[in-house]
Design a protein around this ligand. Structure first.
Ligand code: COA
Length: 260
């Protein structure tokens, strides 16, 4: 597939993906969602990619939402399909099996906030703004926002954002746990790539098992999550990376992980 709305670059073992419709504040249209689906499907099994950084082109927006021009003609049936289709793309991000870091440069509104929520880590520039303004359009978040936002920041804070449609700035997003860090805009992508580099230097089997376990915590009751955690822990104990990691510690040297 030829990409016209996203850019893809390799930075070591990290894929840098940029949503690239700056003239429309990177609003997600059907083409953009199809391209994201295609690229993330490839990245899932790409042996050269251990992590992804996702950002928006330009200084103004990460993603200012779903493309409102494509919303206007929806009815009950097509609306449900529209939401399910977007959810499927964002599920692909959450279940990529490799860490995805959102580098939120500017507006992350509606589907843009939901896209950041589907990522595993979120870095925000000091100019970023987050919001779920769907209520202003007579709809609700439909790409996972009502579920992932509440799980991340708590139902009360999620309800305030979703019911008022109010936008919050990066500092407030950090205060409520919506983002991991706030950095100056000029350092944002470099910081996200550096964070990705810290993770890609670890044993990749352990990183993937850990991601799987953390994903389960979003959905399963504690008892089920603990059972899955124990199984994944056991799987890690059968790897060469585990033997290398423990041996390196005991021999006071840096480990050389091989993802085996
Ligand atoms: N869908 C489609 N187009 C969008 C868009 C969206 N979600 N967000 C911005 N755009 C377009 C604008 O229509 C405009 O296009 P034009 O130049 O062809 O008229 C362009 O991007 C620039 O946006 P503009 O509104 O002029 O910028 P601004 O700085 O005045 O305002 C925002 C920025 C983010 C506050 C404003 O664009 C906005 O409210 N966007 C919609 C946010 C939203 O409701 N998202 C949830 C959708 S479910």
């Amino acid at each position: 597939m030829t990409y016209t709305t996203i850019l893809f670059e390799r930075r070591g073992r990290t894929a840098l993906v940029t949503i690239n419709r700056p003239e429309k504040l990177n609003a997600l249209n059907a083409q953009c969602k199809a391209e994201l689906r295609d690229l993330f499907t490839r990245l899932k099994t790409d042996p050269e990619t251990d992590a992804v950084v996702l950002t928006g082109a330009g200084e103004k927006a990460f993603v200012a939402g779903t493309d409102i021009a494509e919303l206007a003609s929806l009815d009950a049936l097509t609306g449900k399909e529209f939401a399910s289709g977007g959810q499927a793309v964002f599920d692909l991000v959450q279940h990529l099996g490799k860490p995805v870091i959102a580098a939120v440069n500017g507006y992350a509104l509606g589907g843009g906030c939901e896209l950041a929520l589907a990522c595993h880590l979120r870095l925000a520039s000091d100019r970023a703004k987050f919001g779920q303004p769907e209520v202003n359009l007579g709809i609700i978040p439909g790409y996972g926002g009502t579920q992932r936002l509440a799980r991340l920041v708590g139902a009360g804070r999620a309800a305030e954002m979703i019911l008022t449609g109010n936008t919050i700035d990066a500092q407030e997003a950090w205060r409520i746990g919506l983002v991991n860090r706030v950095v100056p805009l000029a350092e944002l992508v470099a910081s996200a790539l550096e964070l990705a580099g810290v993770i890609t230097a670890k044993g990749q089997i352990a990183v993937r098992m850990a991601l799987k376990a953390v994903n389960v915590s979003m959905e399963a009751p504690l008892s089920e999550g603990l059972t899955i955690e124990a199984s994944l822990f056991g799987e890690c104990c059968s790897t060469a990376d585990f033997r290398e990691g423990t041996a390196a510690f005991l021999e006071k040297r840096s480990p050389k992980f091989t993802a085996r």
